[in-house]
Design a protein around this ligand. Structure first.
Ligand code: MN
Length: 132
C-alpha cells in the first residue's frame, strides 16, 4: 500500500455527518488539529468505513438519512474486534434525551450542537483524555 498523504500526527478521524456545512466545518478543524480526515454521509457507510479503516477517532452525527447515530454506534461496538474506537457524538438540543442511551451503548462522549468552532477541539481533547 502506498501512502501518498503526509502522515498526520493525531491519526485518522472518521466524520459521520450528513449536513455538508457541519462536515466542512468539523473536517477543517480536525485537519488543522493534525488529523487525517475521512468522511461518511450515511450511517451504514459510516459503520462500514469504521470497521474497515479502524480510525483513531469517530465523530458521529445522530440524525442521519438511513439509520440513526445510536444504531451506528451499536453496530460498530458489536462488530469491532480490537480495542473500542473513541466515538464522540454530536447531539442537538432536541435530542438531549439520547445522551444517556448513547453513553450506555458505549459512546465515549458527546458534544452539543451547534458546535462552537473555538471550543470544539478542546472539548474533543478533554473527552479523549478522560477516557485514556
Ligand atoms: Mn444530520
Amino acid at each position: 500500500m502506498t501512502e501518498t498523504k503526509k502522515t498526520a500526527s493525531k491519526g485518522v478521524a472518521l466524520i459521520i455527518e450528513d449536513n455538508e456545512d457541519n462536515l466542512v466545518l468539523i473536517s477543517a478543524l480536525l485537519k488543522r488539529d493534525g488529523y487525517r480526515v475521512i468522511v461518511a454521509m450515511t450511517g451504514l457507510a459510516g459503520v462500514e468505513m469504521a470497521l474497515k479503516e479502524k480510525p483513531d477517532l469517530i465523530i458521529l452525527d445522530i440524525q442521519l438519512p438511513d439509520i440513526n447515530g445510536i444504531e451506528v454506534l451499536r453496530k460498530i461496538r458489536a462488530k469491532e474486534t480490537e480495542s473500542p474506537i473513541p466515538v464522540i457524538a454530536m447531539t442537538s438540543y432536541a435530542m438531549i434525551g439520547d445522551e444517556e442511551r448513547l453513553m450506555n451503548d458505549g459512546c465515549t462522549g458527546y458534544i452539543e450542537k451547534p458546535i462552537d468552532p473555538t471550543r470544539v477541539l478542546g472539548q474533543i481533547d478533554t473527552i479523549l483524555e478522560e477516557k485514556r
